[in-house]
Design a protein around this ligand. Sequence first.
Ligand code: TYC
Length: 118
Amino acid sequence: MLENNITANASGSDDFSDKSGFDTDLDVKTKQKSKRPALYRVILLNDDYTPMEFVVYILQELFHKSEEEAMIIMLTVHNQGAGECGIFPHEIAEAKVAQVIAKAQKDQHPLKCFMEKQ
Ligand code: TYC
């Protein structure tokens, strides 16, 4: 990611003063910074009620996992309490979490999902 930082300085001591005595010069500095976007893990939590098949379906449908990958992640969450579905930039992670929660609510499952900074 490229970012332009422009700094205007109207209070420096070098020397374009008008008759009023105010400093009228404008220093414009432009620098380019390369920045990686922050990444976020999307985490699923275990519960006692959401059907295993529903979790596998979510992982395939929203996180583009194969059936085998989805099964492994689902069983990891089931056995360990939590597990990662993917790592995304902030906006995408936010959208994935919202989609999981919307689908779970629609089918009245208590499935919980959240994001955390990587
Ligand atoms: N523990 C659930 C069950 O036994 C299955 C499950 C797995 C639920 C993963 C949520 O994120 C989850 N039906």
